[in-house]
Write a protein that binds this ligand. Sequence first.
Ligand code: ADP
Ligand code: X15
Length: 479
Amino acid sequence: MASATSPASLSFLPTISSSSTTSRATSTVRLHSRFLRSPVRGLGFAAADPVFSAHVASKVRSITSKPISRVVSMAKKSVGDLSPADLKGKKVFVRADLNVPLDDSQNITDDTRIRAAVPTIKHLISNGAKVILSSHLGRPKGVTPKFSLAPLVPRLTELIGVEVVKADDCIGPDVEKLVASLPDGGVLLLENVRFYKEEEKNDPGFAEKLASLADLYVNDAFGTAHRAHASTEGVTKYLKPSVAGFLLQKELDYLDGAVSNPKRPFAAIVGGSKVSSKIGVIESLLEKCDILLLGGGMIFTFYKAQGLSVGSSLVEEDKLDLATTLLAKAKAKGVSLLLPTDVVVADKFAPDANSKVVPASAIPDGWMGLDIGPDSVKTFNDALETTKTVIWNGPMGVFEFDKFAVGTEAVAKKLAELSGKGVTTIIGGGDSVAAVEKVGVADVMSHISTGGGASLELLEGKVLPGVDALDEAVATVTA
Ligand SMILES: Nc1ncnc2c1ncn2[C@@H]1O[C@H](COP(=O)(O)OP(=O)(O)O)[C@@H](O)[C@H]1O
Ligand SMILES: O=C(OP(=O)(O)O)[C@H](O)COP(=O)(O)O
C-alpha cells in the first residue's frame, strides 16, 4: 500500500489519505503544433500577464466536445483475426495517422507515428495484401502543397522495406489506375485526405469513393480515432470487414484495458494547464485509481478553492466549486489525492523569469506558480514507489521553459525507474509524451500513446467514433 500522505506542517492542504489502496515531438515543431490549437471562447481564469494568458489560451482544447454517451466497447475485430486467405491479393484500405511534424524544409522531425504504423502494414504485405495507405497531415483548407504526404515516402519505404508508390490524389481515375497496377504486397500512399473538405464533414459520397478503392478496411489511426471523418468512420459503412490495426489495438489495450483493470496500487498523475480541460479525465480516473497526483497549472484552482493565496498563478474562477467537489469525491471514494506542497514561482511568464521555491501556502502577490517544488517531487516519488500501474497525462509545470521543467522531468525519470522494476507505465499522449521524449526515457515506458486528444477522450470514457464503427470481435448474441 502506498504511503501517500502530506507533511503534517501542510496538513491544511487537501490531501486525502486512503484507507483502501490495497485493491488497484519532443521536437520544437511538435510542441509548436500543439500551441496552435483552436482559439478558446470564454476563458474564465485570472492571469495578469498577457504572455501568460496567451500561452494558456493557446493550449486549451475545446471542452464543448461530445458528452459521454456510453463506455466504448473495446471488443473489436483486429487485423490479426483475419486469416491469410482473407488478405492474399486483397486491396486493403489502411487509415493510419501519419500526421508527423515537418520542419520548414519538409524534413520529418519526429517519425514516431510512421514507425507506429509499420507493424500493421508489414503484416498485410507479408500476407500478400495490396495496401492502400491513407492519412491526413495537418489541418489544410483545401489542397495545400505544404501538407502533401510526399515527404513521408522515403521514410515509409525505408521502414516498410518495399518501394512505396505515391498517388497525387486520394480518389478518382488516376488513383484507381494506380490501385489496379498495385502488385500483391505493394503499398500505395494516397494524398492527404483532408485536401477534400468532405473528409472532415464525413460526407457519405466521399467515404463511398474512398471505399470503392478497396475490399476491406483496417483502421490503425489511433490519433484520429476521436474524429468521425470519412476515412475514419464513414468508410466502414461501405467496407466489410472493417477491423482494428495493431497500433489501434495496442492503444486500446493499454488506455482502456490496463486502466480499467489495473494491477494495483494504481496511480494516476494528471497535470496540464487547466482543470476544465481535465475534468472528465480526473472524474473518470477517480473511479479507478488508488492514488491521484495533481500538478501543472490546474493546482492553483484547487489551492484557491481551499482559501490559499495564489498570486498571479493560473486560476479558473468558475471552477472553484468544481475543485472542491472533486476533492470531496476523492475522499468519498477513498482515493489518496495529493496536491503539491511547494511550488516554483516566477515573477513573469518567461524562460528567464526570476524564480524561487515557496510553500504552496505562501505564494507571494504578483508571482505565479510555474512548476511543482522539490518537496512535492519527493512526496510524489514516495507515493509512486509501491504502485504497480501508473498513468500520466499532462506536465507538472511549464516544461517548455527549462527553468520550470524540473518537476515534469522528475516524474518522467521516476516512471522510467518504475518501468524498469516491472511497473506498467502508460503515458497518455500530448505534452506528457513530449516531456518523456525530452528526457530520453520514452523507450522504457510500457506504453506511449500516439494520440493526444484521442487518449484524453478514451480516458474520459468517451466513445471514439473510429473505434466504435469497427466490426465487433465476437458476434453479439441477441435473444
Ligand atoms: N503552472 C502552470 N501554469 C501555466 N501553464 C502550465 C502550468 N503547468 C503546466 N502548464 C502548461 O500546460 C500545458 C499542457 O497542458 P495540457 O494540454 O492540458 O496537457 P497535455 O497536452 O499533456 O494533455 C503545457 O503547455 C504547460 O506549459
Ligand atoms: O495530431 C493529432 O492529434 P493530437 O495533437 O491531439 O495528438 C491527430 O493527428 C489528430 O489531428 P486533428 O486534431 O487535426 O484532428
